[in-house]
Design a protein around this ligand. Sequence first.
Ligand code: MN3
Length: 215
Amino acid sequence: MLTLPDLPYKYSALLPYISEDTLRLHHDKHHRAYVNAANTLLRGTALQARTLEDIVAAASRDTKNRALFNNAAQAWNHTFYWSSMRPEGGGEPTGTIAEHIAVDFGSYDVFHRELAAAATGQFGSGWAWLVLDQGVLKVTQTANAETPITGQQIPILTIDVWEHAYYVDYRNRRPDYVATFLSRLVNWDFANRNLERALQTSRDGEQSRAARVSA
Ligand code: MN3
C-alpha cells in the first residue's frame, strides 16, 4: 500500500508565491487521488508490497496497465516536486550544483533560460526537470505522468506545469509561475543532495567496474 506523505512544510509556507488554497487542493486532493487510485489498482496484485519506485518501473513496462503507471508515477512526481520547493528558496545556487551548472550549461543564465523554456513550452500537462544524464546535467520535459525515473536519467529538480499547480494563483500565466518558482521557491539544498548522491552512485559504479576489469 502506498501512503500520501505530508508536505515538507506548512500549507502557508510558500506564501505569497503559492497560496494555501493551491497547496491544499494540490496535495490533499490531486496528490491524494493519485495515491488512492494506485492503491485501488494494486490491491491483490504481486506489486502491492513493492516500493513506489519498483511499481513505477514495472507499470511503465506493462502497456496494458497505463492507469497504474499514470497514478503511481504521478504519486512519485508530486513527492519529488514538494521537495523541489522551500520557503525562502530561489535565486542562484551554491555548492556542487552551482559548479556543475556552470560546467554543463556554461552559466547559470543559460541554465535558467533552458529550464524556464522547457517549463513554459511543455504543451499541455507535464513536468520540467533538471536531471543528471550519464554524469551531465540536462534540462528535459515530460508529458502527463511521464517521469525520468523509468530511464537512465536521475532527477535533480522538477517543476509541475499541470494547470492545477498554478491556476488558482497565476490563472493562465504559466510563465509568471515558472519565473517565480526559479526566483523564490526552488530548493537548491534538495538539488545538491540529489546531485551528490547521484555522483557518488556513478563513482561507486566506476570503481566496481574498474575492480572487475583489473581482477
Ligand atoms: Mn500536480
